[in-house]
Every structure is written in structure tokens, then in C-alpha cells.
Design a protein around this ligand. Structure first.
Ligand code: ZN
Length: 156
């Protein structure tokens, strides 16, 4: 370890005397910060691997959240896009048209009716699914932004 002020290599572990007054200040936590004193020029050096690890941890959380959001946005596109909704509506209209055909067999008719029932059910829950996914994405964004803000402000 070297003093960043004078280059002296003899630094000793120390502490910073701080008045603990009514303004809320007190001694820097030795659990959080390692403090060294240069024996040549009296310059203080501060280190905190604990904070470094905390920072790394937060960076990892941010990365994880970004990945989760990307997955949810893909899901949104695959399941709840406007095109998807339109294609369901179109298929329903097509089936209703096909059911008017008197030449289809009872079996075909039943299959179409089953499909129609399924599609109508999907269409019914479509806005609920889309909104809840949208909400999930926005919650993840706000958590992510909160952590980013903490890092930006050095609040960790
Ligand atoms: Zn020094």
C-alpha cells in the first residue's frame, strides 16, 4: 500500500476522530471503511471492499432485472401484441363464416365450435393478461431505476 500523497509505503491502520454532535455526525464506521494513516505526511487513505462488494452486488441485480424485462417484453410481443389480437379476431370471424357452410360434417362443426370457444376465451382474457404483464414490466423498471439512482447518488 502506498500513500497517494507522498508515495510513502508505511501506512498504519487508523481511525478518524469525528465529533459526535447533535448534527448526526459520528465516527466513520470501522465496519464499513478501513482507514490508514501515512506515517510520513499524515495523509489519510480510505478503503472499503465492503462497499465494492455492495456495488458489484447491485450491478448484478441491475443486470438480472434488465434480462427479466427483456424476457417479459418478448413475451408481450409474442402473446399480447396488437397483431396477435387482430389475428384472433380474424380467426373468429373466419370460423363463424365456416360454420354457416351447410356441407360440413357434424364432426367438423364440433371442432370449429370448440376452437371458437377457445378463441373467445382467449380474447376475453387478452386485456387482463396484457395489463398484468405491462404492470409487471413497469414494476421491474421502477425497481431497476431505484437501484440505478442509488448507485448514481453513491447511496449504498
Ligand atoms: Zn504520505
Amino acid at each position: 500500500m502506498k500513500c497517494s500523497q507522498c508515495g510513502n509505503e508505511k501506512l498504519v491502520k487508523s481511525s478518524i476522530p469525528m465529533e459526535s454532535g447533535g448534527d448526526g455526525w459520528s465516527e466513520i464506521s470501522k465496519k464499513e471503511v478501513d482507514i490508514y494513516l501515512c506515517t510520513s505526511c499524515g495523509h489519510y487513505e480510505f478503503f472499503s471492499m465492503k462497499k465494492v462488494h455492495k456495488y458489484e452486488e447491485m450491478t448484478l441485480i441491475i443486470k438480472g432485472k434488465r434480462d427479466e424485462i427483456a424476457k417479459l417484453e418478448t413475451k408481450m410481443k409474442d402473446y399480447y401484441s396488437e397483431e396477435k389480437e387482430k389475428s384472433i379476431i380474424k380467426r373468429i370471424a373466419d370460423i363463424e363464416e365456416e360454420l354457416k357452410n351447410i356441407d360440413i360434417t357434424i364432426r367438423q362443426q364440433q371442432e370449429l365450435k370448440d376452437e371458437l370457444k377457445n378463441l373467445n376465451q382467449r380474447l376475453k382474457v387478452f386485456p387482463i393478461g396484457r395489463d398484468s404483464l405491462r404492470q409487471e414490466i413497469s414494476q421491474k423498471w421502477s425497481k431497476l431505476e431505484k437501484i440505478e439512482k442509488q448507485i448514481e447518488n453513491g447511496d449504498f
